[in-house]
Design a protein around this ligand. Sequence first.
Ligand SMILES: [Zn+2]
Length: 276
Amino acid sequence: MTLTLPPVPPTWASGQVTERAYCVLAPNPGVMTLDGTNTWVLREPGAQECIVVDPGPLDEAHLTRVLDVVRRDGGRVGLTLLTHDHSDHADAAERFAHLSGAPVRAIRAIGTGHDDLADGDSVSVGGLDLVVVTTPGHTSDSVSFLLPAECAVLTGDTILGRGTTVVAWPDGELAAYLASLERLEALCGSGAVARILPGHGPHLPDAGAVLRYYLEHRAQRLEQVRGAVAAGARTPWEVVETVYADVPRAVWGAAEWSVRAQLAYLAERGEEGQLG
Ligand SMILES: [Zn+2]
């Protein structure tokens, strides 16, 4: 059986997505960032204090829009969280901390100097509760935030609103990524997660279907990489040309990271995959 991704809207824009989650779309669209980075403003109904997840790229106009959303009805930022330290999510962290007066927390976010969250931590601001779920793989510091009040999870780049993500080898690792997908799928299975608020692209209301697709897609890609090596591909780039022929050339550079991650994964398991 071949799974397909549930359909998503063709366009995505800023706005209220769930009762507690408002998306402010950053003006950085691209092949890797889709419509742009989603900066999430989370607020318990009626509360003043908000949590902001991923202030995004360093763009003054974007940060002003985020603060405009926060300050409706006299609100303020209580805490800023980062899903990982890639520049399209975290570059504005320091500037936003200055503008908002609120602290920033992350896990091992190398470029930002923050390492003050751990797996299972509960974070509570203005009556809104989040639980930290470490989901390494896209990067080693990737983390998701469970929003139990809405059975939602904010996934950063671990799950995207369209297509699939890259394993940014060597910092990102396939074995860790597969374990993170399985962990998120288990949270769907237990009923803790029903919907995904991704770091790029549209809100995903059927988390279980998306997780099953991601797991199947990774298994298929791995099989294709095995096949390409068996058929004589000699370099990671030759594997990309064979296996990623179905995706735009503009993302082949990123696909090469994922191929290297897959070759490393196969080599660790003693399978052929070590190329020269
Ligand atoms: Zn990103």
